[in-house]
Ligand binder design. Structure first.
Ligand SMILES: [Zn+2]
Ligand SMILES: [Zn+2]
Length: 319
């Protein structure tokens, strides 16, 4: 096999970046990766006016890579970086996620907080057990993370929350919501969601970054991460039993392998061409937001109790 050389130097290339039409060696790849993230942060003004930034770390490759990149960037910009890891209470899984996250925080000297869901009266294991009477466990998990991260960010006076959602997550969410016609959900799909009222600004620096590059980045730097998927995300694993979302992801990844750069271009054109149209048509605009009677957080739920407090109430009483 012919050796491939880096587009920028005489070293051997370790990867192609079809989105950019280049081949890169180890060092130039790391440089490409970090510069790319910094450029996205600049282009979408993700850190403008941010003095303290909360980063959500699950222990997976995305959040571990983000922690490393953001620590460098925030140090240069004089931003206080604070880590938050939610212990979801998934037996045989969460302990590992918390432990890996903790090790990275300590090695990097990033102050952090471990939030135990159990302290709120339930765990994701319990949500799984009562899935049929509440809502699908993955939906509870997503809600719990959004709610708790926002709460922690408010308590710690953070101006923004950074999460590690990557290009493939974004593409998957985009296609799934197109297929189901959930246009309101698509409106939430953006690199930055500006905060309002008690909702803290959300930034997603990996919005355009393919997970393949994130994996390569953590491997090159030798960063340990939780590689097992959440036990609740992979029922049936392969074939016909594969849940819809997992299957959709597989199809999108295959599509991108055959036609490199497809996901990158689709997500870019979504942000550039589709989002502005959706915004103009948005029916949510001006919709009234009330306050939860229990926790005081903004909610659009009927009866003035937010979705988190409703679930918390049901699950903490169940046994
Ligand atoms: Zn090079
Ligand atoms: Zn509430």
């Amino acid at each position: 096999m012919r050796r491939q050389y880096c587009t920028y130097c005489n070293s051997e290339a370790i990867t192609r970046v079809p989105e950019r039409g280049v081949k890169l060696c180890r060092d130039h790849f790391v440089q490409f990766f970090e510069t790319e993230i910094e450029n996205v942060i600049e282009r979408y003004q993700m850190l403008q006016g941010v003095r303290r930034l909360l980063i959500a770390v699950s222990g997976g490759k995305d959040s571990i890579a983000l922690l490393h990149v953001l620590r460098k960037i925030s140090e240069r910009r004089g931003i206080d970086l604070v880590g938050a890891t939610i212990d979801l209470g998934i037996e045989g899984y969460s302990e590992h996620c918390v432990e890996i996250s903790r090790r990275h925080y300590e090695r990097l000297g990033v102050p952090y907080l471990i939030v135990k869901l159990e302290d709120y009266g339930f765990t994701i294991d319990k949500a799984k057990k009562y899935e049929k009477s509440v809502r699908p466990v993955c939906s509870v998990c997503g809600l719990v993370k959004r709610y708790l991260l926002n709460k922690v960010a408010l308590e710690l006076n953070c101006d923004a929350i950074a999460t590690g959602h990557n290009l493939v997550d974004v593409a998957q969410y985009m296609v799934a919501n197109f297929l189901s016609g959930s246009l309101d959900a698509l409106l939430k799909l953006r690199p930055v969601t500006r905060g309002e009222d008690l909702l803290v600004t959300r930034v997603r620096p990996f919005f355009f970054m393919h997970e393949r590059y994130i994996e390569l980045y953590v491997n090159i730097l030798g960063l340990e991460y939780v590689s097992e998927r959440c036990p609740y995300s992979m029922r049936g694993a392969e074939g016909r039993d594969m849940p819809f979302q997992e299957y959709l992801r597989t199809v999108l990844l295959e599509l991108d392998l055959r036609y490199p750069g497809t996901l990158y271009r689709s997500v870019h054109s979504f942000v550039r061409n589709v989002l502005p149209v959706l915004e103009r048509l948005s029916v949510r605009r001006g919709e009234r937001v009330g306050r939860c009677a229990i926790c005081g957080m903004p909610t659009q739920e009927e009866g003035r109790v937010c979705a988190f407090c409703k679930i918390r109430d049901i699950l903490s009483k169940a046994n």
